[in-house]
Design a protein around this ligand. Sequence first.
Ligand SMILES: [Zn+2]
Length: 472
Amino acid sequence: MRNALLSLLALALYSCNSVTYDVVIQGGRVMDPETGLDAVRNVGIQGSEIAVITEDAISGKQTLDAGGKVVAPGFIDLHQHGDSPEVYRAKIHDGVTSALELELGVEDVAAWYAAREGKTALNFGATISHTDSRRLAMGGKLSKSRLSGDWAVEPMTAEQIEAMKQRLADGLEQGAVGIGMLIAYTPGTTAEEIDAIFSVAKAHNAAAYVHMRTNDTDINNLEEVLTPARRYGTQLHIVHLNSSGRDRAPEFLARIRAAQAEGIDITTESYPYNRGSTYIDSHAFDNWRQMSDEEIAGHIWVETGENLTRETFAKYKPTGGLIISPASYSEESVRNLVADPIVMVASDGMWLTNGKAHPRTWGTYARVLGRYVREQKALSLMDALKKMTVLPADRVSQRIPAMKKKGRVQVGADADLVIFDPETIIDQATYQDPVQDSTGIDHVVVNGVITLKDGQFQDGATGGKPIRANAE
Ligand SMILES: [Zn+2]
């Protein structure tokens, strides 16, 4: 009995130890989608990692009050184009702690990472761009959007394919997350070229992140990337199934599930809107004159927020710039994709034009949690968080094992955390007036650095680190 009492005393002394954590997140509802933990806990951060998750009182040099709020892993956005400090700040307000440019990717991997290292509010990463590598291998001219030119339409010669493969391999050797492919914008791309790209991805244990060719009749645009993925065993991620699949998304999803059952490592994502955004100078609009006046008027010129006319379309087409497309699929299609357990959330957040862009740049994550979880009850809060955290982390972790420490509220995980009110979180950005931060997100921590506090961005917070494969 006496021994038992002594050990109880020792235990009590041990648990009231005098450790002072760097940051304590006090009294929040901790939700960890991987383990299913959903309980009120205190979280102690030491340096850049979570050191303790406990019911006991703990103290820290800095304390964030999370009473009545959810404490979740910071959101990991696999599809973010705009990569300026201004955009990163908007992403922090939406709960994002890691933003990756995986669809288009970048031309010079080493330079892109070097420009952000030590200066960035959130974690950052990029693929090597097939689009840019193709243009460079063909000696093509760079356009404002990087997406148009004769080089995009013409097929490659065998020598040009070899030169492109070398560029892709160089990018991967510099640590690129994978290979980014917008086949929809390079209509000259052939099956042989796709095959070559997938062989390079496989040789570097990297995924191909693909914006499929546009196809309004069947799913051959998916088959053309599934075929080489199967042949080489390459990891494959299909971006924005909402805008690529539209109201036929269920057909694509069924095919993706069948491919997964067959053992192909294929994943997908969507953003929670039914209007897209793209460049007016892209080849998708080569036949724009065939559109009716009404169809043309459904497009918004991002720079000013005005709806386009036949005259203004003709004026802006040659110079180029961003537009928002009309609604091209139903709200129900969006909701079904947001709710589907295998579909991750990713924003396709854009570059800014005159400070503006598609509202998904500001509001994607708060919109899923406010509109689809709370208001429409299309999915549970835990399931939504899973699609924003552990699923995207695991998409990338085969190539970058350090991603196993992200997307989780667990001891030893990176301290990337978002604290929000599930009763009030909502997006504010609209198509006409997009530059509005999401509300209901109180605090954001990036690698232990308090980056958003009481809804205020902390100027000078640069907790972001590169998400990058080891140099080969
Ligand atoms: Zn895209």
